[in-house]
Ligand binder design. Sequence first.
Ligand SMILES: Cc1cc2nc3c(=O)[nH]c(=O)nc-3n(C[C@H](O)[C@H](O)[C@H](O)COP(=O)(O)O)c2cc1C
Length: 329
Amino acid sequence: MPDRRTLESAVALACRAPSLHNSQPWRWVLGAHALTLYSDNDRILPATDPSGRQMVLSCGTALDHLRTALAAQRWSSAIERMPRSPDRQCLATLRFRRLDESSDTEPSDTGARLAAAIARRRTERLPMAAPPEWPSTVTLLQELAEDAGAHLDGIGEDERAALDDVSRRISGEKRADPAYLSELNWWTGHAMFPEGVPADTLPAAGSAVAVEREFPPGRATSETSGEQDHAAILLLSTATDRRLDWLRCGEALSAVLLACTDRGLATCTVTHLTESEDSRAFLRGLTGDGVPQVLIRAGVRTPPGPETPTPRRPLSEVLFREHPESDSR
Ligand SMILES: Cc1cc2nc3c(=O)[nH]c(=O)nc-3n(C[C@H](O)[C@H](O)[C@H](O)COP(=O)(O)O)c2cc1C
């Protein structure tokens, strides 16, 4: 096992992963020979995410962040997903192997760069400029998604107007749903709690992007506020819609976001259009097969916005020891 300091710093980096409304619905338990990831079902958002799909997806992003953080420290992770366990919240068990100094599997520059991208990545909700060199980037992102067990499609510019229309319609429906709204208001727009989405990261009135989820107006503005968004739009889908698909799709989401960050691109995860069968059917119509799970906007943020990261819960609330009394390392 990696020593305690290495594991703690890797788990802290893993918890920089994105999650629905920054709910951080994960719990890590450190045993003598393995680290186990559980979902924290107290952090499910029942009105937005009744099945817990996005909760498991969020945990998948943390799982891939953890693997990436440890790989950069020369540890490879063997991951058992959905292990046999009486606890339904148990999502994955990780066992580690030290990479030999001389082995040809030593971490590449890319591995170190991806780990460094974890701390730089932010969800950017303002309009973006178009990403440069997009065709070669998309090919790389598609390979990363396939490796993680998901499928990535680009949504064409000619579909954008229809996508914006559906987004506005869905936002209108959600505005009329009191349970959804009270959940949204509970989780978003407040000061710097260690969870939830701070107002500083939410678009000010008139700055929002049509394809985005509608949030209460915040304080974020930029030179592009109110302008048309030129971000590329990607859709992550899975073959089926089981908990394992959600977890793996979260891992794919993490891989795609970190690769974009590494290439200097801003990203935004968007999921309100995957929360009803109606809008999921619309998305499926754009890309063909597969179950739509997550949209991603990727582009260039102009000019660079504030670098303050969205807060996270302290490690003491998310990392536990199986046998605390026996751990004196
Ligand atoms: C499953 C999932 C769904 C999300 N849905 C949205 C969304 O619909 N709109 C949005 O702006 N951000 C969305 N996010 C991004 C989170 O709000 C964001 O990760 C969180 O606030 C933490 O901020 P950070 O990503 O800047 O660290 C989602 C993230 C995940 C993992």
